[in-house]
Design a protein around this ligand. Structure first.
Ligand code: UGA
Length: 435
């Protein structure tokens, strides 16, 4: 089948490469000519494990190509996907749909009867109606269906998430559109993936509800971590004991410095804004956001306490800057507020991240960047692990301890084996454990 993907951002590029890997002929279109030129030379605009290889493989096989105009490549297309950004609108946090509208209008000029237009971007409920209206106003009376097919890709494991999905959600009431979408995903459903057909509105809500629920799970476990600290229990044991209940599940029960990234913060704000516009109160979503914001500030104070209360003259090494491992994405990373509170208290900060330092320079001020973790910790009073990259878990902690001024280790992810830290002589501070 032929697919045109509008948008070569994170979702568009990963989905294009994966649809090509499934055997479809995919053209990924982006207005950004320099991005398309770089992609044509095999250069990826983002860091995502395995992406470069899967793109190269499918370009070489003739199944994946890149273009700047939808009209130039539209002929014979079965499915046009909209995978453009929906950033928060300044002021009210609602999703900005201008790129979605523009993509729909561009597709409308060249879409043929019998094709589907599929929204993959995360969009508020009802956006499918808007896309349909835009397309029909450009192409009157055309037999074109608008489908919602939200993505559930995590940065850092997006290719795996696409290829081995927990579920594929297809939102449309049209039987022929369902059948077309079924054929598109047939290579995955043949291997056992679940495809759930829903109405278009339900599919749009599922995406927001799933992200809001996962965010709530994290805020919940973070509050329990505070409770454990105050009462002398270990959050690791509590998470394990809760997660073994199949109704709860073990995933997303890792306490930490608060969730970040481009999705949970943005999507929960957008969900709230849509709910307000329908006069519905979503108190759990509101609380999830408030708990997460407060947590990021509290974590900064907590690090200061660990290094003796005042920052003046203290040097702190921050290991990990991105919002999670295996990405170079700094958006809403807890590292941003943590570093800023350390600096406000007078501490100086050196930092190292395996992939995030190029982007980090746009978000952080007055940080000294190190070439690796060992250089980062030279002469510091404290190490703070903010992002649990694998390479940090394998460090030689005796070597780390030997070049520090004081041996204080703050593990905000409970990721490092505490007995190795203790053996290296560290005073260890962990989330959700009595000190
Ligand atoms: C999230 C969802 O997991 C995807 O299903 C969804 O498709 C995506 O948003 C999206 O809407 O596009 P992502 O933001 O890439 O994916 O990353 P997650 O793995 O969900 O992590 C988000 C944040 O939660 C990170 O800061 C992470 O460190 C934090 N987290 C996650 C915890 O603090 N504890 C946990 O147990 C799990």
């Amino acid at each position: 089948m032929k697919v045109v993907m509008v948008g070569a951002g994170y979702v568009g590029l990963v989905s294009s490469a994966c649809f090509a890997e499934l055997g479809h002929c995919v053209v990924c279109v982006d207005k950004d000519t320099s991005k398309v030129a770089a992609l044509l030379e095999g250069k990826m605009p983002i860091y995502e494990p395995g992406l470069e290889e899967i793109v190269a493989h499918n370009v070489a096989a003739g199944r994946l190509s890149f273009a700047v105009s939808v009209a130039d490549v539209a002929a014979g297309t079965d499915a046009f996907f909209i995978a453009v950004g929906t950033p928060p609108r300044p002021g009210d946090g609602e999703a900005d749909l201008s790129h979605v509208r523009a993509a729909a209008a561009e597709i409308g000029t060249c879409v043929q009867a019998g094709s589907v237009v599929v929204t993959k971007s995360t969009v508020p409920v009802g956006t499918g109606d808007m896309v349909e209206f835009v397309i029909r106003s450009v192409r009157a009376n055309n037999n074109v269906e608008v489908v919602s097919n939200p993505e559930f890709l995590r940065e850092g494991s997006a290719i795996l998430d696409f290829m081995k999905p927990d579920r594929i959600v297809v939102g449309t009431d049209s039987l022929w559109a369902r059948s077309l979408m079924g054929k598109l995903y047939e290579p995955l459903t043949a291997e056992g993936a679940t495809l759930l057909n829903t109405s278009r509105r339900a599919a749009e809500v599922i995406k927001y509800a799933a992200n809001a629920f996962l965010a709530a799970k994290i805020s919940f476990i973070n509050e329990m971590a505070d409770f454990c600290e105050a009462t002398g229990a270990s959050i690791d044991e509590v998470s394990k004991g809760m997660g073994l209940d199949r109704r709860i599940g073990e995933a997303f029960l890792n306490a930490g410095p608060g969730y970040g990234g481009s999705c949970f913060p943005k999507d929960s704000m957008a969900l709230l804004a849509t709910a307000h516009s329908h006069s519905v109160a979503l108190r759990l979503v509101e609380s999830t956001i408030a708990v997460n914001e407060a947590r990021k500030r509290a974590v900064g104070r907590r690090i200061l306490n660990a290094i003796g209360g005042v920052g003046n003259g203290k040097k702190v090494a921050v290991l990990g800057l991105t919002f999670k491992p295996n990405t170079d994405d700094m958006r809403e990373s807890p590292a941003i507020s943590i570093i800023s509170s350390l600096q406000s208290a007078g501490a100086s900060v050196t930092a190292y991240d395996p992939e995030g330092m190029r982007h980090a320079r746009l978000y952080l001020r007055d940080v000294a960047y190190a070439a690796d973790a060992y250089e980062c910790v030279e002469d510091v009073d404290s190490v703070v692990l903010v992002t649990e990259w694998d390479e940090f878990l394998r460090l030689d902690f005796r070597r780390i301890a030997s070049v520090m001024r004081q041996r204080v280790f703050v593990d905000l992810r409970n990721a490092v084996d505490v007995s190795r830290l203790a053996a290296a002589g560290f005073a260890v501070h962990r989330i959700g454990h009595p000190q």
